[in-house]
Design a protein around this ligand. Structure first.
Ligand code: FHN
Length: 415
C-alpha cells in the first residue's frame, strides 16, 4: 500500500542509505565510541583529522541512480553527535574540521540534479551533548558515574536542541522528501539508572508536527515511539506483507552490505550481489522497499565492495526494473525457490534457483497468455501438463538467473 501524500515511495521500491561521519576514521563500525567506551574528549579528537578531500556527492548520486535507486538517505548526525551540516547550535560540525565546510548542501544539490528524492537520517540519541542523559547505550556504562552525571543533565535542554537542529535541517536545505529518526528505546525502564528514551523524552508529537509543518510532503519513519508513515524492519526480511494492529502498513527494510552501517575497513563479509538482488525482489514481493546502506570512507569515497555491489545490482535492474518499480505482492502463490511481484495485470516470476526442467505455476493454468525472459526478451515456451498447472519448459542448465515475465491476460509482450 502506498503513502497517500507520497506515492513516489512505493513506486521507488529501492533507496540508498549512507552512514558517514567521524566514525569513518577509526573505520570499525559507527558505534565505535560506545563499543570501545571512548571518552567524549578522546573521540571528538577525530574531528581534528576529518578531511574528506575526495568527497563528491555527485559521484554518490550517480552511483545510486545507476544502481536503480530512486532516493538517498544521509546521516546528518549519528549517535556520536557530530553534525555534517553547519549547525548554529553547536561547534561539533564538519565546518570545524580541516574540511571546513557544510557537507549536506552539496549532497542535496547532487541528488536533485540527478532527479533523486532527498532523505535525511537524524539521530535522536546524542552521546556528545552534555544534557543527553547517560544510558546503557553510552560509552560510559558505570552506574555510579551515570547516576552522578545524570543528576546534572537536563533532558528538556537536550530536547530543545534536538528540535532546534531538526528545524535547521528542514528549513535551510530546500525540499526534503524523507526523514529517518533513529531510535527510541521506551521499554528499557527496567534499569534504574539508564532508564528509557521514548516519545516524552523526544517530544515526539511536537517534533513530528514540526517536521510536517516545515516540510508538508515529507515522509517520516516509525522510530519516534509514535506511528510514522512507514515501518522500518532492520537487517531482516519480513515473512510477508507487514501489518500493524491487523492493518497493512507501508514498510522499508534497511540492510547493510556487511553488517556494519559505518565504513568497516577490515570487515570483508560482504553480501553477494545475487543475495542483495534477491533481498530487493523478496521485499517487493511482500509490498516492501529496500534501503541498502553504504558506508563511505573518511576521504569521502565509496569503497570497492560498495561500488561492485551497486554496479552488479544496476546491471540486473537495467533488465528487470519493470518488475520492481511500482510492483508489489502478487495475488498468486509462487513456486518453491521463487518470488512473484505483480504490477497491474503483469506478473513477474523471479527464479531464485533455476529448475532443471520445468517450473510449475499452480493456479495459473489458462491465465498466462505469454511468457518472456526479461534478460533478453526471448519467449519462453509453455506447455499445459495438468488442469491446475502450467509448465514453463525452461530447459536444463545454462539458464541465466533472473526474472521471467509472465504476462497475465495481456497477449502482447511486456513493454
Ligand atoms: O544504532 C543505529 C545504527 O547505528 C544504525 O544507524 C541503524 C540503521 O537503521 N539504526 C540504529 C540501530 O537500529
Amino acid at each position: 500500500m502506498s503513502i497517500p501524500h507520497a506515492p513516489w515511495f512505493t513506486e521507488s521500491r529501492f533507496g540508498m542509505f549512507i552512514h558517514w561521519g567521524l566514525y569513518s576514521l577509526p573505520a570499525r563500525h559507527e558505534w565505535v565510541m560506545t563499543n570501545e567506551r571512548r571518552q567524549t574528549s578522546d573521540y571528538e579528537r577525530y574531528a581534528d583529522f576529518f578531511d574528506p578531500d575526495l568527497y563528491d556527492p555527485v559521484t554518490w548520486a550517480r552511483a545510486a541512480k545507476a544502481a536503480g535507486m530512486k532516493y538517498v538517505v544521509l546521516t546528518t548526525k549519528h549517535h556520536d553527535g557530530f553534525c555534517l551540516w553547519d549547525s548554529k547550535l553547536t561547534d561539533y560540525t564538519a565546518v570545524n574540521t580541516p574540511y571546513g565546510r557544510d557537507l549536506v548542501r552539496p549532497y542535496v544539490d547532487a541528488l536533485r540534479a540527478e532527479g533523486l528524492k532527498v532523505g535525511f537520517y537524524h539521530s535522536l540519541l546524542d552521546w556528545h551533548h552534555p544534557d543527553f542523559p547517560i544510558d546503557g547505550h553510552h560509552p560510559r556504562r558505570d552506574d555510579a558515574d551515570a547516576a552522578e552525571q545524570n543528576a546534572t543533565r537536563d533532558m528538556a535542554v537536550y530536547r530543545e536542541y534536538l528540535h532546534g537542529q531538526v528545524r535547521e535541517l528542514l528549513t535551510d536545505y530546500g525540499k526534503i522528501d524523507y526523514l529517518f529518526y533513529d531510535f527510541s528505546y521506551a521499554n528499557d525502564v527496567q534499569h534504574p539508572v539508564w532508564g528509557a528514551k521514548g516519545r516524552d523524552d523526544w517530544g515526539s508529537e511536537e517534533l513530528i508536527s514540526l517536521t510536517r509543518r516545515l516540510q508538508p510532503g515529507i515522509i517520516v519513519n516509525d522510530r519516534l515511539d509514535i506511528p510514522g508513515d512507514f515501518v522500518t524492519p532492520e537487517q531482516y526480511q519480513p515473512s510477508g506483507p507487514m501489518e500493524v494492529d491487523g492493518r497493512p502498513v507501508t514498510w522499508e527494510a534497511c540492510q547493510t552490505l556487511n553488517g556494519s552501517w559505518g565504513y568497516f575497513r577490515d570487515n570483508h563479509t560482504i553480501k553477494s550481489t545475487d543475495l542483495l538482488i534477491r533481498m530487493l525482489i523478496d521485499g517487493v514481493s511482500k509490498d516492501g522497499n529496500l534501503l541498502l546502506n553504504v558506508g563511505p570512507t573518511a576521504r569521502g569515497t565509496l569503497d570497492g565492495a560498495a561500488t561492485s555491489a551497486l554496479e552488479g545490482i544496476g546491471e540486473w535492474m537495467r533488465l528487470h526494473d519493470r518488475s520492481i518499480y511500482g510492483a508489489g505482492a502478487a495475488e498468486f502463490v509462487p513456486p518453491a525457490d521463487a518470488r512473484y511481484t505483480q504490477r497491474g495485470s503483469r506478473l513477474y516470476l523471479h527464479l531464485f534457483a533455476w529448475p532443471f526442467e520445468h517450473v510449475h505455476l499452480p493456479g495459473l493454468a489458462g491465465k498466462v497468455a505469454y511468457a518472456q525472459l526479461l534478460n533478453d526478451a526471448s519467449e519462453v515456451p509453455m506447455a499445459e501438463i495438468a488442469p491446475d498447472t502450467v509448465a514453463l519448459t525452461t530447459g536444463a542448465g545454462g539458464q541465466p538467473a533472473g526474472t521471467l515475465t509472465l504476462t497475465l491476460p495481456v497477449l502482447r509482450p511486456d513493454v
